[in-house]
Design a protein around this ligand. Structure first.
Ligand code: NAD
Ligand code: UD1
Length: 311
């Protein structure tokens, strides 16, 4: 039985990846420090013989933390690297912390992969590597001008993946996620994903706050589609591939707020607050490469994904 490590496996996206890998008959090691991840996200697998939970900081001591697993079950075949500090705003306020987790963590994973002969590393990069791009949809060839430490660390991680692939022969893929949403996304921080916040408030009939006039757009992609992309990327023979993961569509934040209010049926008010400083106005992925390289096309329409998330 092949063993796959999922760093950040107790988090929102990671726990859905764990579901898919266990359902596919893999041995899964969740490596997570539970800073934002939760045991509840993995509750359905409690006592599953093929799930191992290793509590560890991805940027400190992963060799020692994984040693008992490899001693008992043999080497790690593949790593899905998702563990990160995920808030763009937090990275602006705490760039050194962001760098040590998001860039440092990637280096630790790649060093482990090199030293232990891991066959493939798939990495959660981000649309944040692009910065404010004028031409939409944004293709992978577009110049990267990240506007936050978070975006810089994701881009630096992509360079590190490429270096380990070309110089050390570790096969890698980087997936640039656009705005991912779905069940288990945690709404509790002011910097949580907008859909999780809006859904949480609309279900309680509370007002929704839009930063700015709400004309800013995002390419909202359902977590199930992101998981299919990650599972394809970790299992295939590609190396050094970089691909956007989005739907190819865009939705304004105002339109999104109206859809969520309507789905919840509680007539929440929509209020406005000043726009977030330095944030991008338009975001929409070009998705040809995701289809051509990994055979993946996002299938979940926004209204359907919102229903799965909200109801
Ligand atoms: P999340 O916060 O739910 O998951 C992150 C997980 O990483 C959590 O389980 C957390 O406990 C763990 N973690 C954080 N720091 C760690 C550390 N130092 N050591 C070990 N574990 C650590 O967020 P998510 O939305 O599931 O994000 C998963 C990945 O996808 C991240 O790399 C994020 O940057 C990337 N991403 C997410 C989105 C999105 O819209 N959600 C978009 C682009 C990229
Ligand atoms: C998100 C991700 C980031 C990822 C990037 C890729 C989160 C928390 N952040 O950043 O990890 O790299 O996508 O595209 O998932 N908004 C409101 N009201 C609110 C909350 C947000 O109007 O209560 C607006 C924001 O101002 C922004 C939009 O909604 O215009 C999306 O914000 P957010 O969900 O925080 O995501 P991004 O900043 O796009």
């Amino acid at each position: 039985m092949e063993t796959i490590v999922v760093t950040g496996g107790a988090g929102f996206i990671g726990s859905h990846v764990v579901d898919a890998l266990l359902a596919a008959g893999k041995r899964v090691v969740v490596l997570d420090n539970f800073s934002t991840g939760k045991r509840a996200n993995l509750a359905r697998w409690t006592n599953h013989a093929a799930l191992h939970i290793v509590v560890c900081d991805v940027a400190h001591g992963i060799f020692a933390a994984l040693a008992p697993i490899t001693r008992d079950h043999g080497p790690i075949a593949r790593i899905v690297h998702l563990a990160a500090q995920v808030s763009v705003v937090h990275s602006v306020q705490n760039p050194l912390v962001d760098m040590s987790i998001n860039y440092g963590g990637t280096l630790h994973v790649l060093e482990y992969a090199r030293a232990q002969g891991v066959a493939k590393v798939a990495f959660a990069s981000s649309a944040a590597v692009y910065g404010d791009v004028e031409t939409m949809p944004v293709a992978e060839e577009a110049p990267c001008q990240p506007m936050s430490p978070y975006g810089i660390d994701k881009l630096a991680s992509e360079f590190a993946l490429d270096y380990y692939a070309s110089v050390h022969g570790v096969a890698t893929s980087a997936l640039r996620f656009f705005n991912v949403y779905g069940p288990r996304q945690d709404p509790s921080s002011p910097y949580s994903g907008v859909i999780s916040i809006f859904a949480d408030r609309a279900k309680a009939g509370k007002p929704l706050t839009i930063f700015g006039d709400g004309s800013q757009t995002r390419d909202f992609v359902y977590v199930g589609d992101v998981v299919r992309a990650l599972v394809a990327a970790i299992g295939d023979g590609n190396s050094r591939a970089i691909a956007n993961v989005g739907t190819g569509g865009e939705t304004s934040v105002l339109e999104l707020a109206r859809m969520i209010v309507e789905l919840c049926g509680k007539r929440s008010k929509i209020e406005h607050a000043p726009a977030r400083a330095g944030e991008i106005l338009k975001s929409r992925a070009r998705v040809d490469r995701l289809r051509d390289t990994f055979g993946i096309v996002a299938q979940t329409a926004l209204v359907e994904g919102l229903r799965q998330t909200v109801l």
